[in-house]
Design a protein around this ligand. Structure first.
Ligand code: ACO
Length: 321
């Protein structure tokens, strides 16, 4: 039997952290107290105008490939989860492939599932590997959400940040991805979207992120609780046997409510939302890499990752390190 396991992780954050007070100094009508109380966010990283998602993905990927003890040419599948691609086409994954110097004909494509994108990408890669068609996949979440924020809308612009996280998933004799579950319900698309498009050489409609925060909050808590239970039940694992929970990092109150529903104490939850803000598809692999590198995640441990995002999409995976 062929299984898939994570062989290496990497991440990258652009520039210096930007604090809530820095946003106030830039003229946004908000306060550190409001943002911290409502979201838990204290700072985020914002990419310089010339820095793209594929640039961030490239740095994170180099680190993941090095951690796996591999060379870029060893990768035979690249999947980039992003809602902020460098351009309409080609895909950010092919631009990443070029930047990494991978010339072996590896398949490369993007996944668009907003904040659930990394879970979707990992699930797809796992199925490629288990089928025997591919051996070493690079799965990346990379975002420059600062590009699609309306900086005059204080209800959204304080919530997001830029960054990238990556994993190398490789074929293995022993299980590494124990179970996965993906869902979507497109009827909820209006509560979180960037409704604009490009046509006839112009932006048609609204090019900025729009959100009904309270509707998103309720939906996120409900489905994150459900989908984590699903992957545990599939694998026959109890919540008490989970070493770490890594939820999408959107809001500390969503994370706390999700952990409570699952019966996982907060000291088993990896959180980065205070330092990174919401980096959409990058948030889970960023948090995963941080906890691997600081020694909290160790070999043999069980980890639940779970995400929810625009669409609406949601999903989870149970990993054995
Ligand atoms: N600073 C100061 N005041 C603000 C700000 C701000 N940045 N933003 C809004 N306010 C004000 C509003 O104007 C309003 O003022 P009013 O009462 O005088 O009209 C007041 O704060 C309350 O506004 P609400 O929008 O009702 O605030 P709420 O308590 O719902 O919190 C928040 C907003 C933080 C967005 C919350 O709804 C939330 O966290 N939702 C989840 C959304 C989320 O995390 N999305 C991330 C993307 S989705 C994903 O990743 C899955």
């Amino acid at each position: 039997m062929i299984y898939a396991r994570i062989a290496g992780t990497g991440s990258f954050l652009p520039g210096d952290p930007v604090s809530n007070d820095d946003l106030v100094a830039r003229g946004i009508d908000t306060s550190d107290q409001w943002i911290v109380e409502r979201t838990g966010i204290r700072m985020r990283h914002l990419a310089a105008p010339e820095v793209t998602s594929s640039d961030l993905a490239c740095e994170a990927s180099r680190r993941a490939i090095e951690a796996a003890g591999l060379q870029p040419e060893d990768i035979d599948l690249l999947i980039v989860a992003t809602s902020t691609p460098d351009c309409i086409f080609p895909s950010t994954a092919t631009l990443l492939q070029s930047k990494l110097g991978i010339r072996n004909g590896a398949a490369a494509f993007d996944v668009q599932a907003v904040c659930t994108g990394f879970v979707y990408g990992l699930t797809i890669a796992e199925k490629f590997i288990r089928s025997g068609s591919h051996k070493r996949a690079l799965v990346v979440g990379a975002e420059v959400f600062s590009r699609i924020l309306d900086w005059s809308d204080r209800g959204t612009c304080v919530l997001f940040g830029d960054g990238a996280g990556a994993v190398v998933l490789e074929a293995s004799d022993a299980p590494g991805v124990l179970s996965t579950s993906l869902h979507a319900d497109g009827s909820h698309h209006p509560i979180l979207c960037v409704p604009g498009a490009v046509a006839a050489g112009q932006v048609i409609g609204d090019p900025f992120l729009r959100m009904d925060g309270q509707a998103v909050f309720k939906f996120a808590v409900k489905v994150l609780g459900e989908v984590a239970h699903e992957v545990l039940a599939q694998a026959g694992v109890e919540a008490g046997q989970v070493d770490w929970l890594i939820p999408h990092q959107a809001n500390i109150r969503i994370i706390q409510a999700t952990a409570k529903r699952l019966g996982v104490p907060m000291d088993k939850v990896i959180t980065t939302v205070d330092r990174h803000g919401n980096t959409s598809a990058a948030s889970i692999p960023l948090a995963l890499d941080l906890a691997v590198r600081d020694g909290r995640i160790r070999s043999g441990q069980r980890i639940v990752i779970e995400g929810v995002g625009g669409g609406f999409t949601w999903g989870a995976a149970l990993l054995q390190f």
